[in-house]
Ligand binder design. Structure first.
Ligand code: FAD
Length: 620
């Protein structure tokens, strides 16, 4: 049957990528259909109900700056908030929230249900309608045909999903959900490079069977941080405590006794797992000298008893899981509510994509989320947003948009994926970004909200609040630059309390703030005037890191200016310092004509381009 209504954009999959994609396209005015297996699982967190963390909160705040839903849902669902790396520099500071999974799903569902231009339909998509090299629509499991010239595929771990526990396995998209088999087959018929990856999850535990008295308590931060630029602490539900315990030598012996029935070690799983989130059997095997591993015991919500023991993801057989869990301090009488498992699934090599996440082979077809080889809700949501934006722009015959590496972590994420591909689940880290000091989580709105407004993603309330904040920052910055403190005045006396050496000559407040011993609250005291917490934080970072920030900006300018710089055909790449042998070989094979061309060679990193520029300069 042909569905009577036409759509501009169809999004397949209602996970983290799919929901952001559908919301973005609809916000931009495109008639959008979100087609998903099950409306009840919209916004479901397949693994740990936690949002943010190092590198990841940068993506969440960028999604938020572009009007997306993830950060606001987190503020409504977060039951513990912390700022990680708070003692380190602002570039690597990151907000992490433990969420109530029920509240999170409800918050996402509410946003979706109230989004104009968005239609939701529950059904599996089994086939894509492709004519020539263009996508034209989708066919569901029961044969309903939906037409649209733009389709965003966000099927997560569901394509050809196989769930493993011990030597037993069965088809599934995640525990309790069906896999997408027909669609996976269809994609293998199309000219895409398909591979297999795997991920895993720990057993969940009933909190009533746990002895918390032997565990270390871990409370959230006070005052409680917020995730969204529009968020406030009043939105947060009740805040709760998390706990820390550890595996024991006995746990490791039990785990080793199950190695012969581990699907990973028996070779039943061919897909590569996330390097930075290994299973407990992997950790015990690889780090045999360690006699204990930390476990963060995190509540899954306020109205459920389930706990997420973060650090013991496993696909060992259930009898081993149970024994191992019960050998951990505090878990001696633990009741497992859901066994841990691993899942293997198809992913598509992201090198088959453009920066817009549109596929190179089929016009109008976009891939976003775990399907592109990434792991994590944040990475998925960010890609979904970008694909949704570009699907809508294409539907409206407008120019595509994507951020550069120096504009957003989203730019880094997509550029990494499409230029280098990935052979293991890709997660974001701050170390992946060259311009960390510019791409901070605190300034994601200053970097992106204006673009979001231009694209039609940002509503009027957010736009006005953003402009007021931007203006307040400029005013406060000007005050610090223009207010002078003269020696032997009451202001100088107040300043001397904080300074290592008393003030000898006139200084501006900005000069004083640059001193390592001075923080913004001292400036407020010295001058008797104080900006609000957000403005003060922003101005403090701007002033204190001004030197580093302007150096990074100069570097970005230099790279951009040099993009068309010719590279001599006879350049001796072996003589270029700091390049890996692999990169040297690639450059020798291709012999690019310009720096821009060199930077597009798969595997040639921006750091390598910097080295190349230094070498060219020395050579001249
Ligand atoms: P998903 O959230 O998987 O959503 C996919 C959506 O598409 C679902 O709603 C599904 O029903 C729908 N769908 C699929 N196929 C079809 C179809 N044919 N028709 C209609 N609808 C369809 N991340 C981490 O960062 N760390 C971890 O340790 C971690 N462990 C994980 C363990 C497990 C067992 C699983 C399943 C996931 C784990 N994740 C982990 C990954 C995290 O859940 C994903 O990165 C994130 O959910 C990906 O979002 P997504 O939107 O791409 O896909």
């Amino acid at each position: 049957m042909e569905f009577p209504d036409r759509f501009d954009v169809i999004v397949i999959g209602g996970g983290h990528a799919g929901t952001e994609a559908a919301l973005a396209a609809a916000r931009m005015g495109s008639r959008t259909l979100l087609l998903t297996h099950n409306i009840e699982t919209l916004g479901q967190m397949s693994c740990n109900p936690a949002i943010g963390g190092i590198g990841k909160s940068h993506l969440v705040k960028e999604i938020d700056a572009l009007g997306g839903a993830m950060a606001q849902a987190t503020d409504r669902a977060g039951i513990q908030f912390r700022v990680l790396n708070s003692r380190k520099g602002p570039a690597v500071r990151a907000t992490r929230a433990q969420a109530d999974r029920v509240l999170y799903k409800a918050a996402i569902r509410e946003v979706l249900e109230n989004q104009p231009n968005l239609t939701i339909f529950q059904q599996a998509a089994d086939d894509l309608i492709v004519e020539g090299d263009q996508v034209c629509g989708v066919v569901t499991q029961t044969g309903i045909r939906f037409t649209a010239a733009n389709v965003v595929l966000t099927t997560g771990t569901f394509l050809g999903g196989v769930i493993h526990m011990g030597l037993k396995n069965h088809a599934g998209g995640r525990a309790g959900d069906p896999p997408a088999i027909a669609l996976a087959q269809r994609l293998r018929e199309l000219p895409f490079n398909v591979g297999r990856l795997k991920t895993g999850t720990p057993p969940r535990i009933d909190s009533r069977s746990v002895d918390f008295s032997v565990m270390q308590e871990q409370w959230g931060d006070d005052p409680t941080p917020v995730m969204s630029f529009m968020g406030s602490r009043d939105q947060h539900p009740q805040q709760v405590c998390c706990y820390v315990t550890r595996t024991t030598e006995e746990t490791h012996d039990i785990i080793r006794s199950g190695f012969d029935r581990s699907p990973m070690f028996a070779g039943d799983i061919e897909g590569v797992g996330p390097r930075y989130c290994p299973s407990i059997e992997d950790k015990v095997n690889r780090f045999a000298d360690k006699d204990s591993h930390q476990i963060f015991v995190e509540p899954e919500g306020l109205t459920v008893n389930e706990l997420y023991p973060n650090g013991i993801s496993t696909s060992l057989p259930f009898d081993i899981q149970l024994k191992a869990v019960r050998s951990i301090p505090g878990f001696e009488n633990a009741h497992i509510t859901r066994p841990g498992y691993a899942i293997e699934y198809d992913y598509l090599n992201p090198q088959d994509l453009r920066h817009t996440l549109e596929t190179k082979f089929i016009g109008g077809l976009y891939f976003a989320g775990q399907i592109n080889g990434t792991t994590g809700y944040e990475e998925a949501g960010a890609q979904g947003l970008l694909a949704g934006i570009n699907a809508a722009l294409r539907a409206q015959e407008k120019d595509a948009w994507y951020p550069r590496r120096d504009e957003a972590y989203l730019g880094v994420l997509v550029d990494d994926l499409i230029t280098m591909g990935t052979s293991e689940p890709y997660r974001m880290f701050t170390s992946r970004a060259e311009y960390r000091l510019i791409l901070r989580e605190d300034n994601a709105d200053l970097r992106l909200t204006e673009t979001g407004h231009r694209l039609g993603l940002v509503d009027e309330t957010r736009w006005q609040r953003f402009n007021a904040k931007r203006e307040a920052i400029a005013v406060e910055r000007q005050r610090l630059d223009r207010t002078h403190v003269h020696p032997n005045t009451p202001e100088a006396e107040r300043a001397n309390q904080y300074l290592n050496k008393p003030l000898q000559k006139e200084h501006t407040l900005a000069d004083l703030l640059r001193r390592p011993e001075i923080v913004y609250s001292h400036i407020a005291d010295i001058s008797g005037e104080q900006a609000n917490e957000i403005v003060a934080g922003q101005v403090e970072i701007e002033v204190k890191y001004e030197g580093y920030i302007s150096r990074q900006e100069a570097e970005i300018d230099r790279l951009r200016r040099n993009e068309n710089l010719p590279l001599p055909v006879d350049l001796d790449y072996d003589a270029v310092g700091g390049l890996s042998n692999e990169i040297k070989q690639k450059l020798k094979d291709v012999r690019p004509e310009t720096v821009a061309q060199a930077s597009r060679i798969q595997g040639v990193t921006p750091a390598a381009i910097s080295q190349l520029l230094v070498h060219l300069k020395k050579r001249d």
